[in-house]
Design a binder for this molecule. Structure first.
Ligand code: PLP
Length: 447
């Protein structure tokens, strides 16, 4: 086997990693993960790590699922590839579309397949604009998103996203995408109650629609909770008010469930958790638990009927839309979630335990807030709990904490000084205890 030093040298020489500072990587050397099982990873030096991020929020059923490997292998032997363009398709894609339609909210019965979450959001952009053209309202083109949102890395995905660092690289956003405030109560709402702040944040959508003119606004895109932005969970007043505003001005809702879909909140989709009736839902990640890349858009009947009946050819698609091997992985992944009642278990047993255990970390002197729903959470690291003042960002306290986590055998992600946790949905109570114990050790080391 190639030794670590050789791998690191070749990596630094030949591989530009996503969202990585190549210079730092070359200096420090990359961490090479070699295998995984259940909720654990092993690096090439044999160190065992509890994967508190489920890869990148995606390995919902855990690693090492032989039945997914078998389903994919069987499909690859039978039909490794065929497309779903030009009046063709294959059984796995059809079965998967029907399976997802059955799991989705009742008014959503159609799926468009993509290869990733980013492609799903590109699809959304084109589909909502086409929808309004066909409805005789061609000026309804602008999409409203939120600051600090993450909707992917393609040109449309990054434009829809609200990450200023991404906009700076590549002259984004593209035209007719605008951003409003995020509902980040802990950081921005100290002078208001969460409920007051939730209403205020939601009403910035109404202000933006009125500024642009409702006849110019196609859709509002949002994650049910902002994941990559720092697990920002809107106050209870936020979504009901957003729903009222969208209905009043006939603006479509694109709900980006790339992280939240397939069980993370204890519901199949967070639309159910937050009582939302979206027009489009972006999916990816947990759709195949990351075993093979795949994404999609679940489409409400209101939109699907227009696209199917009035569009003629919808001039959009990806070579790998509905890829048969990916569809086989998704079908077996959904089968596991159903057979093992994983979503129900998250809702009734594991998430309440996880959230309760996690709240014990709030007593730590470094922790300003712990928040979370289902199996996703954030820990805010602060210098002063009372004022919520953060450490100087140059210190990189979040990065220290992340590195100490690794030393204690835990993968947690840092977004600035916000620590993020999103473990595989199959984590047990004993493993939750292990995760909390390791996180506490890392917090102590950081403090
Ligand atoms: N949307 C959300 C909410 C995400 O979190 C992500 C990825 O993290 C994406 C879209 C992009 O998905 P992908 O990386 O599969 O393109």
């Amino acid at each position: 086997m190639t030794d670590l030093k050789t791998l690191q040298r070749d990596d630094a020489a030949h591989f530009i990693h996503p969202f990585t500072d190549s210079k730092t990587l070359a200096e420090k050397g990359t961490r090479v993960i070699e295998r995984a099982d259940g909720i654990y990873l092993w690096d090439i030096q044999g160190n065992k790590l509890l994967d508190g991020m489920a890869g990148l929020w995606c390995v919902n059923v855990g690693y090492g699922r032989q039945s997914i490997v078998d389903a994919v292998s069987k499909q690859m032997q039978q039909l490794p590839y065929y497309n779903s363009f030009f009046q063709c398709t294959h059984p796995p894609a059809i079965t998967l579309a029907k399976t997802i339609a059955d799991l989705a909210p009742a008014h959503m019965n159609t799926v468009f397949f993509t290869g990733s979450g980013s492609e799903s959001n590109d699809t959304n952009l084109r589909m909502v604009r086409r929808y309004w053209d066909l409805k005789g309202q061609p000026n309804k083109k602008t999409i409203i998103s939120r600051e600090n949102a993450y909707h992917g890395s393609t040109v449309a995905g990054a434009s829809l996203g609200g990450m200023s660092g991404m906009h700076e690289q590549g002259d984004l956003p593209i035209p007719k995408i605008v951003h409003i405030a995020q509902p980040y109560w802990y950081q921005e709402g100290a002078d208001l109650s969460p409920e007051e702040f939730g209403l205020k944040a939601a009403r910035s959508l109404e202000e933006k629609i009125l500024e642009l003119g409702e006849d110019n606004v196609a859709a509002f895109i949002a994650e049910p909770f902002q994941g990559a932005g720092g697990v920002i969970i809107p106050p209870s007043t936020y979504w009901p008010e957003i729903k009222r505003i969208l209905a009043k001005y006939d603006v479509l809702l694109i709900l980006d469930e790339v992280i939240s879909g397939f069980g993370r909140t204890g519901c199949w989709f967070a639309a159910e958790y937050f009582d939302l009736q979206p027009d489009l839902i972006s999916i990816a990640k947990g759709m195949t638990s990351g075993y093979i890349p795949m994404g999609g858009v679940i489409i409400a009947d209101r939109v699907a009927d227009v696209i199917k009946q009035q569009c003629g050819e919808f001039t959009h698609g990806y070579t790998y839309s509905g890829h048969p091997a990916a569809a086989a992985a998704a079908l077996e992944n959904i089968n596991i979630l159903k057979q093992e009642k994983i979503v129900e278990q998250v809702a009734n047993e594991i998430a309440p335990y996880f959230q309760q255990r996690l709240r014990t970390l709030a007593e730590h002197p470094l922790v300003g807030e712990v928040r979370g729903i289902g199996l996703v959470a954030a820990i805010e690291l602060v210098q002063d709990k009372a004022t919520r003042a953060r450490y100087n960002s140059d210190l990189g306290v979040g990065t220290w904490c992340r590195d100490f986590c690794i030393q204690h055998g835990l993968v947690m992600r840092s977004v600035g000084d916000t620590m993020i946790i999103s473990p595989p949905l199959v984590i047990t109570k004993t493993q939750v205890d292990e995760l909390i114990d390791k996180a506490l050790l890392a917090l102590n080391d950081t403090y």
